[in-house]
Design a protein. Structure first.
Lengths: 171, 486
């Protein structure tokens, strides 16, 4: 009985991981920044699915509401409201893209090597608890993590005040 | 649950002062005057400092180990509060000319709150959020002068690069969490096994990169000259002392508590960063012609000397770092505040335009000379003793090559610091004695405002007193260092 479930979990994980990767490559390769933003939606949504597969149901829902919903809309608005006729210096030099590929490859090789060769304390076969996580997260926010939670509200306050001052048109 | 709010009172007081300044300003018909805002902020700082002093010797942790309330944290909190007070006083000319004064004061106080929490953070989550609180507010404050393109550029650069470095820092934290299953620094230490572990090394490198941005260590220093040059000068002063000191406070705490050298040997890595930071900072500073950029590279070099003390990885090293940061805060504030007053006077940021300053403004020339000599590390100023202690701590751990690099660097730095003093004292305008018809002497002198003069006087007194009583102040740091290092 367990084997088919495991196969299903593994299958859906690899499917969504592949979609996320394809979306990420699309973000980088798309010619128009608008298309990049749409590819980003694909990646973010597949990551939400991955979270759910890993048993983080609340995180998956939040990922959809905030990243797929709000942040993408914000990015699209930003693109649409930015004037088109701004002269930008040509940034697609060969040297620059070579450097980008080199750095990306280096990060990939180093992190893969490290993840494969390191000793991790928990084995991959630890079963994922099959129950909703929302209650535990709520409990945590008001007990163990009460201080970081309050600090995050100061951070948001700073973001709001600063954004208003910076974006405001002076007469 | 330990929800003892008394332990958090210094931060609560400062946040309340920030909120008060912004809200009262918003609801008063013509906005608050500069003087009234200064009273609110100064009152908040004084109350916060008094509350922090009461916590001396508490040495406990609060909110389930999210923050530490130890003497180490209190030492840094008092340092940041003092620095913020001087920056506010020095900012009074800037505040006269800028709009949104209440928000400026409010964000500065909130940034200080973030730095205070950063120095006390005992948990990776708290640490990360406090870094974001301080970085975000500093990014806004750097862009405050909206008429100037350079200020906007400074804010944007700082924002983008701090977001980038936060990403690296978070990656390192995630690896650390994955390895140990804990976010609390003390619990992480209990779970890290003996022996080399590639993931642990990568996590360490990423954490150092994230902190390296905050303290502008080479090779994460690229933003420093541009942001220092573009941001309003009071903010540059704040960035160069308080923000840097908080970055070091957090670095030392994380390295000492979560990653003790008995398990992970990071000495060589930090020593290499220190050597690179000192050398690059000093060599590039040699060729600067703009005073702000020169001080930016000088502050990079100073970060290198602090890293020498961090690399020592001992209680002596931590005490030396604390004393160095105390000395550096007073000295660099004196240098920047003197620059604010001088730039107001001459309308120029070029080092060459400081020529003959002693005839026009002997007091400003004296203040700048004292702070530059202290930065260079000459006795009897505090900078000398600060360098002595960090080099001693490194030599004590057998890092003689690093001490040698540091001493050679100090000699090199003397050249560009002394060049400025030479310009101010020996050279007249145009190379000779100053005449009546000189272009700069005929400029209408904008005398330093009372706030600026007070701030400069206090900072110079700090440089002199900390130097004369260096043993006493080192002793204070030494006692406080015991709470994080063994």
């Amino acid at each position: 009985m367990i084997a088919p479930t495991e196969a299903l979990v593994a299958g859906s994980f690899y499917t969504f991981a592949a979609i996320a990767l394809a979306g990420a490559i699309g973000v980088v390769l798309a010619r128009k920044v608008f298309h990049s933003a749409l590819f980003l939606v694909l990646t973010l949504a597949s990551l939400a699915a991955t979270f759910v597969i890993l048993g983080a149901d609340f995180l998956g829902a939040v990922q959809i509401v905030i990243y797929v919903g709000a942040i993408t809309v914000l990015i699209l608005f930003g693109i649409m409201l930015t004037p088109r006729n701004v002269e930008l210096p040509e940034s697609s030099g060969v040297g620059r893209s070579t450097a980008g590929v080199f750095v990306a490859a280096a990060v990939f090789i180093v992190s893969t090597t490290v993840i494969v060769t390191s000793q991790w304390p928990r084995s991959m076969s630890t079963p994922i608890p099959d129950r909703p996580t929302t209650e535990a997260i709520g409990q945590g926010l008001f007990t163990t993590y009460a201080l970081p939670f309050e600090m995050a509200s100061i951070l948001l306050l700073i973001a709001m005040i600063g954004a208003i001052v910076i974006a405001r048109e002076e007469q | 649950m330990n929800f003892n709010l008394v332990l958090l009172m210094p931060e609560i007081a400062l946040t309340s002062a920030a909120g008060l300044a912004i809200l009262v300003d918003a609801f008063s018909p013509r906005g608050l005057s500069r003087r009234f805002l200064l009273w609110i902020a100064g009152g908040g700082i004084a109350i916060s400092a008094a509350l922090a002093l009461r916590l001396l010797g508490t040495n406990t942790s609060a909110f389930n180990g999210a923050i530490a309330v130890d003497d180490y944290a209190v030492f840094f909190k008092l340092l940041f509060l003092a620095a913020t007070l001087l920056v506010l006083l020095a900012a009074d000319t800037f505040m006269e000319e800028t709009r949104h004064r209440a928000e400026f004061v409010g964000l500065l106080l909130l940034a200080t709150t973030g730095l205070m929490l950063l120095a006390a953070a005992m948990d990776l989550i708290t640490l990360y959020i406090s870094i974001e609180i301080s970085s975000l507010s500093i990014a806004f404050l750097s862009a405050w002068d909206k008429r100037g393109l350079r200020s906007t550029e400074a804010g944007l650069k700082y924002f983008l690069l701090s977001a980038m470095s936060s990403a690296v820092l978070l990656y390192g934290m995630a690896l650390l969490y994955g390895l140990t299953g804990h976010t609390r620094l003390d619990l992480i230490a209990t779970q890290i096994g003996q022996g080399p572990n590639a993931a642990l090394f990568l996590a360490l490198a990423m954490l150092l990169a994230g902190f390296g941005f905050k303290v502008s260590a080479v090779p994460f220093q690229m933003w420093t000259p541009d942001v220092y040059e573009g941001a309003p000068l009071p903010i540059t002063a704040f960035l160069s002392v308080a923000s840097k000191a908080a970055g070091f406070a957090a670095t030392v705490r994380v390295l000492q508590i979560a990653l003790p050298t008995s398990q992970t040997d990071w000495t060589v890595l930090v020593a290499a960063l220190a050597a690179a930071t000192m050398t690059v900072g000093n060599i590039v500073a040699l060729v600067q012609t703009n005073m702000k950029r020169m001080l930016a590279y000088s502050s990079i070099a100073q970060a290198g000397y602090v890293l020498v003390g961090v690399a020592a990885a001992s209680q002596l090293g931590v005490s030396a770092v604390m004393f160095y940061l105390l000395a550096y805060t007073a000295t660099n504030l004196a240098a920047f505040i003197a620059c604010i007053a001088i730039f107001n006077l001459t309308d120029s940021e070029q080092i060459g335009d400081l020529r003959g300053l002693r005839w026009r403004s002997p007091w400003l020339a004296f203040a700048l000379a004292v702070s530059l000599l202290s930065l260079a590390g000459l006795p009897p100023f505090v900078g000398f003793f600060a360098k002595l202690y960090v080099f001693w701590a490194a030599a004590d751990r057998g890092l003689l090559w690093l001490v040698l690099v540091g001493v050679v660097n100090s000699a090199v730095s003397l050249y560009y610091y002394a060049q400025v003093i030479h310009d101010m004292y020996i050279t007249g305008i145009g190379g000779g004695e100053p005449g009546v018809g000189d272009p700069v002497t005929t400029l209408g002198p904008r005398r330093p405002s009372p706030g600026l003069s007070t701030a400069l006087t206090l900072a110079v007194i700090g440089v002199l007193v900390f130097g004369v009583l260096s043993g006493f102040f080192f002793g204070i740091g030494d006692v406080a260092a015991r709470t994080v290092a063994r």
